[in-house]
Design a protein around this ligand. Structure first.
Ligand code: GLC
Length: 725
């Protein structure tokens, strides 16, 4: 057979046209079919061209279930059947949830967000892609870009937090890390912006629950990170399980076809979430599988993940005219486009001859160690207890995570091995001098006996990863049962206590704060988490993480987020005097953007380029930051803006820019920020993205509750900077 689509000199679109022209309806439908864990039992279906892609996952809740991993030879064996034994030889797409590392496991994405470092996120994604590609994978189902405001939801662990700007910056970095500049590069894999959209708005923090938000919240809070990913060239998008105000996203034509594909110009593919096409029946919008298949394809779903509905129903739907042949062609075109861009037609057997030589290379471990160290957030440090003084000679290490290995990985770690982990105990023994007596006493009663003769207690508490992730929401945000009591018991002894909290979500640390003199918070830090925590405890690395999510003082406060609206009865700044709760302050225990360090930074007065800028102009801000302490440090300088009066209500603050700066003692650096008026756009009464004239406040601050505002004004007409919004 003449196969003009195999001519790599042709433009991709011409190759797609040539292939589409000869494909039968059955072969087209086969491309939309995604199976789980492909194996020799699928050989006949491959020969018939009835499978287009496969994901490797343990099951519907893959995030907390280990499977046997993937093996290059097995992937190549099935690819060989698809390419050499089917009529057209269209290669398979292989996918896996490589969420925060393959064998070199990085901090969970919420921890990576705590670094506020697009560079670290991009480097981690590149390493994950290199390792996953070495093992024959082409596609990862990440970055997860759900905006999250409710820590009861276990999947906050996979997110980049509560802020659209921070999440958007990290989305861009992650996509570029996974995909590189060329999807066909042997170390690149296709990324997947998920879960599109607003899955994080699940009521009650209950996974899969109803999302009941208005169109303005959808556009201005939940969609921006996905727009950033699309602008960064993300190859795929995953439709989310949830409904939005009555419409399940898997059947949401306005969101998938109108907004994502037409308005934003997304030319990649949309994959459903696990069995989500079939779940339209449970949602109550499809009477049967055939109806569900029609809804999903019409809405803009291109690949059906494991429900088999597209495979079983699309032929009849197209023949009967219930689904247009052009809708099927559009789906197949998008799938083939990703495959051509990945270079799979030229190199279907992607992978490294010996993947084990690629994994956990020293530079990869070092990158994971740096990311983990910069993800750690110092929440309390009374009397400068940390970093531990050089004359600290007797250290008690206790608590359920003191010697944890796999528990440091966090949820969605499918290929990391416990034996690769450097535990905190091991890292401390490496980092402490031989004259230091490190006593590791996991049993609290034995720990109490030793506490009297130790200088400090390091108490490792927190969550096992299985308490978070998918389908694992919690009602209580306090530490798991029994852990606060460990701190309480040691507190009664009277020695200084460092609480090292390792978790996958913000927790209510109100009681922890009353017992511990220092609190170092680690979002499950990954394979080098032990080294990273020791590096910060011992002062080998500054404590520089900043919170990507607000921490409540009680679980009863959630959902809780910094960029809230003023309401008609706003709270005065003196939070503990006024509150809407009879039994609590309204304020977070630790706000978005918060974190302590080992030095002190002074912020100068922001200098604006003008007090008035046109609604299509640019505002430049300079500010001097000084390290007034006696140690080097890294500060994350945050720029917030408030629109004081607009045609709709606006948040009391919105992050619009940030920069990290490393300063040595006594050093002053001038930071320059530029904010485009277009960055201040919002959905007006007509839901069109607009920039309005009017008074604004701006803060350059260390976190979302810090700093004093400076005023500026936008002048001129209302402008509409973003027709695609
Ligand atoms: C899961 C998750 C999704 C994941 C997919 C494949 O249910 O919702 O994030 O990528 O199925 O494992």
């Amino acid at each position: 057979m003449n196969k003009p689509w195999m001519n790599a000199a042709l433009p991709v679109e011409a190759r797609i046209d040539a292939l589409l022209e000869v494909m039968t309806p059955a072969e087209k439908i086969g491309q939309t079919q995604q199976v789980r864990n492909i194996n020799p039992s699928h050989a006949d279906a491959l020969r018939a061209g009835s499978i287009g892609s496969a994901l490797f996952a343990s099951g519907a809740w893959a995030g907390n279930e280990r499977d046997g991993g993937v093996r290059l030879q097995a992937l190549h064996a099935m690819q060989r059947v698809a390419v050499e034994e089917s009529r057209l030889g269209i290669p398979l797409l292989y996918a896996r949830d490589v969420i925060h590392g393959h064998r070199t496991v990085f901090p969970i994405p919420l921890g990576q967000a705590a670094t506020w470092s697009p560079d670290l996120v991009r480097a981690g994604a590149r390493i994950a892609a290199t390792e996953a590609a070495a093992e024959g994978l082409h596609w990862t189902f990440t970055p997860m870009l759900d905006i999250v405001r409710d820590p009861r939801w276990g999947r906050v662990a996979e997110s980049f937090g509560e802020d659209p700007h921070l999440c958007g910056e990290l989305a861009r970095a992650a996509v570029r890390g996974y995909q590189g500049d060329d999807l066909a590069h042997p170390e690149s894999i296709a990324a997947c912006a998920k879960h599109f959209a607003a899955y994080g708005g699940a009521e009650g923090g209950r996974d899969y629950n109803t999302v009941d938000i208005g169109p303005r919240s959808l556009r201005d809070t939940y969609l921006p990170p996905f727009r950033a990913a699309v602008r960064a060239g993300v190859a795929t998008v995953m439709a989310s399980f949830n409904e939005i105000d009555g419409m399940p996203v898997t059947a949401h034509r306005e969101l998938l076809r109108q907004t994502l594909k037409e308005n934003w110009g997304f030319d990649g593919l949309v994959v459903s979430d696990w069995n989500a096409v079939a779940e339209l029946i449970a949602h109550g919008v499809a009477s049967d599988r055939r109806a569900a298949g029609k809804l999903a394809l019409d809405a803009g779903v291109d690949i059906d993940m494991v429900s088999n509905i597209f495979l079983e129903e699309l032929a009849g739907l197209v023949e009967s005219g219930d689904v247009s042949a052009s809708a099927l062609d559009d789906a197949v075109r998008r799938i083939l486009r990703v495959k051509f861009r990945l270079g799979l037609f030229e190199q279907p057997m992607r992978g490294h001859a010996d993947p084990d030589t690629v994994f956990l290379q020293a530079p990869f471990r070092q990158a994971a160690r740096q990311a983990a160290a910069e993800s750690l957030v110092l929440l309390e440090n009374r009397d400068g207890l940390l970093p531990l003084r050089a004359d600290t000679k007797r250290i008690l290490l206790t608590g359920p995570l003191a010697s944890a290995d796999q528990a440091l990985f966090g949820t969605w770690t499918l290929d990391g091995l416990a034996g690769d982990v450097v535990t905190l105990e091991k890292a401390l023994r490496e980092g402490l001098g031989k004259d230091v007596d490190l006593r590791v006493k996991p049993f609290v009663d034995e720990a109490l006996l030793h506490a009297r003769s130790c200088d400090v207690a390091l108490v490792c508490v927190g969550e096992h990863p299985s308490r978070g992730g998918e389908a694992n929401s919690v009602v209580s945000l306090e530490l798991p049962a029994g852990q606060t009591e460990i701190l309480e018991a040691l507190h009664r002894i009277g020695l200084p206590i460092v609480a090292i909290v390792i978790a996958g979500r913000p927790l209510d640390l109100s009681r922890v704060r009353s017992y511990a003199d220092a609190i170092l918070f680690a979002f499950h830090p990954g394979v080098e988490g032990g080294h990273a925590i020791a590096d910060v405890l011992l002062g080998h690395h500054d404590a520089c993480g900043r919170l990507p999510m607000s921490f409540p003082r009680h679980g009863g406060q959630v959902p809780l987020y910094y960029n809230h609206k003023s309401t008609g009865r706003p709270l005065p700044p003196n939070q503990h005097v006024h509150a809407r709760y009879a039994d609590s302050s309204d304020a977070p225990l630790y706000p978005f953007g918060y974190g302590l360090g080992y030095t002190r930074f002074a912020y100068g007065t922001p200098r604006l380029s003008a007090e008035e800028i046109p609604t299509d102009g640019e505002l430049r801000i300079d500010i001097d930051i000084t390290n007034h302490g006696d140690r080097p440090g890294i500060e994350t300088v945050q720029v917030y803006v408030r629109d004081l009066c607009a045609s709709v209500t606006r948040p009391v603050r919105e992050l619009k820019s940030f920069a990290r700066v490393a300063l040595v003692p006594g050093e002053t650096r001038t930071l320059a920020f530029a904010i485009q008026a277009a960055d201040l756009a919002f959905s007006g009464p007509d839901l069109r993205a607009r920039v309005e004239p009017g008074e604004h406040h701006l803060w350059v601050a260390a976190h979302a509750l810090a700093g004093e505002p400076v005023a500026f004004r936008l002048t001129g007409p209302v402008v509409y900077p973003d027709p695609g919004a």
